[in-house]
Write a protein that binds this ligand. Structure first.
Ligand code: SF4
Length: 241
């Protein structure tokens, strides 16, 4: 096994162990059908704005169901979510996804029997659906084993094993590397949640809080910071002698 894979396996093992309590992690209290919509609404915006749009959707449709959205008028749908940035493009993307699920495949339940490869390809062919959104829909709404790579995952891996991972590493490459070690849907959800928790609470974009991070033992960046601190204090001691 290559060094990259060995180190990646150790990150995954630590995260699954330390964050097992996250279970089928998903940050919102959504039904499966709502997850399809939330995955698109949350692109490039804050949760408070999504919440507002979500309330409007519930007011309009009662409960959110993909059939109702597929058959509603695009202009009407744009109007319901107009408090969101990019509401026109998001409305079109959501409608296209709902139409794919309802009109092409016969509804949410029928999609559960689709092949992952075919369904992913169809989702990715819709304008506004990138890899991360497609994988969120597949993993969290349809319980299909398609791991989600987000900015947190890339940042953490770049810092944990920088020589093996670099910023240009392709989404699909990182995804398939992780999927070599994690094939179970529940574990994929937990692992993705763990990357989000580490990214939000420890591995922050500007200043990582390595001293209390659960990954600090094997992390390259943490060790470099520790060495720098050590050398600086040694230098200060020498100067003050
Ligand atoms: S130890 Fe530091 S750099 Fe490494 S993953 Fe944790 S917060 Fe990020």
């Amino acid at each position: 096994m290559s060094r990259t894979k060995e180190r990646l396996r150790s990150v995954i093992r630590i995260l699954l162990e330390k964050f097992s309590y996250l279970g089928d992690w998903w940050p919102y209290e959504d039904t499966k059908e709502e997850i399809v919509i939330t995955s698109i609404l949350t692109q490039n915006t804050t949760w408070s704005r999504v919440e507002k749009a979500f309330k409007e959707l519930k007011k309009h449709f009662g409960s959110i169901n993909l059939e109702a959205i597929a058959s509603c008028d695009l202009g009407e749908f744009e109007n319901i979510i107009k408090t969101l940035g990019f509401f026109r493009s998001k409305a079109k993307t959501i409608k296209d996804v709902c139409e794919l699920i309802v009109n092409r495949y016969g509804g949410f339940d029928k999609c559960l029997n689709l092949s992952l490869g075919e369904f992913r390809k169809e989702l990715l062919s819709i304008k506004g659906i990138g890899e991360e959104t497609a994988d969120s829909i597949l993993l969290y709404a349809f319980d299909m084993p398609s791991f989600v790579i987000d900015n947190y995952t890339i940042r953490i891996l770049n810092r944990f094993l920088p020589s093996e991972f670099n910023k240009n590493r392709d989404y699909e490459v990182v995804k398939s590397l992780i999927e070599e070690f994690v094939k179970n849907v529940g574990k994929m959800k937990t692992l993705h949640g763990a990357f989000v928790e580490i990214g939000k609470n420890f591995c922050k974009s500007k200043s990582p809080v390595c001293s209390v991070c659960p990954l600090k033992e094997g992390c390259y960046t943490s060790q470099v910071q520790f060495l720098k601190r050590d050398l600086t204090s040694e230098y200060r001691e020498t100067v003050s002698l």
